[in-house]
Ligand binder design. Sequence first.
Ligand code: SF4
Length: 390
Amino acid sequence: MAPPEIADLVVVNTCGFIDPAKEESIEALLVACAAAHSRGAEVAAIGCLVERYRDELARELPDVDVLCGFEIDPLLGKLRELSGGGRAPQAPARRHRSLHTYLKVSDGCDRRCTFCAIPLIKGRYAITPPEDILALAESALARGSREFVLVGQDVSRYDAPEYGGLPRLLADLAALGPAWIRLLYLQPDGITDELLAAIGRSAVHYLDLPLQHASASVLRRMRRGGDAESFLALLARVRAALPGVALRSTFITGFPGEDDVDFARLVEFVREARLSVAGVFPFDPQEGTPAASLGDQVPVDVREQRAARLAHVIEEAAADYWSGLVGRRLEVLVERGCRGGRGEGVGRIAAQAPDVDGVTYVTGVGLRRGQLVTATVDGTVGFDLTARTD
Ligand code: SF4
């Protein structure tokens, strides 16, 4: 894959999920068009923003040369044209592969959370067949991948006809021999004891549970269900099954009708839950979703103030988890090594997911990228750690 400065075709993968992502995608397209067209190259926009707003993009961004949503043919056609006809070129080896591979176990969602546009964009829930997931995992390992990260909108629902659910998939993936397997986006009502046992056997002790809120009335209006008590009971069950588990979540502040009492319940819950990390998003009404037209909309500045306050409480509450690791000997997956003698590399412990969580700065001798080393944690900096191998 050529860098964008010399590529004949610059491909921008867009996102149509929330407004900031849409704006970022459009900004990236404008920048790509200006840079590419100034040297005679072309620009293709792909992904869910195109799928959702194809006509508007064609009208508003006429400079984009190819619009390609979830179908692949327009992009392949352009690649064929640029390569002088014949077969579309195969993607050459990437110059710098990451050590983790995202395995999309399903796409789409049959739930109808009132704030969410994903079912409108992606459609009904559909699994990726297990043989496709395993084939991708095998080829990723052959290219040097060390970690599988299972993703999808509703990962805990995975169940393939005549194959089975996540426990079997986890066992089959583990048998291929990655260093780590990690699951993201597990819906709280999908956490069965059987799944926890399978994670205990085959995956890292890390759970990402998007809880979104803790007030029963807000959760009901979100059409998600649950409340602070049931979530605390779930977290206790997870901790009993997976000792030392790192727990990530996400929350929305300022959902329509969220009053001071609801928000106070959320803050109290976050203090009690002792999560290791969580993302917080001020409510952002999405076109076409029920929540966008609910009454009792919370003013934007209140949504944002509550998000900032909750992020602060999460960081305070998480400090115990991270400082509790100081002095422990833990495995670190080295993502950036150091040449020669003693030096500092950068990696992650199992409690740190790639791309979204913090990192571990590890000091040692001859640290190699891809190596799994055991190191003693000797400090914390927010959600990052420092560690040494001796
Ligand atoms: S479960 Fe997730 S993807 Fe599905 S509707 Fe709810 S928030 Fe959206």
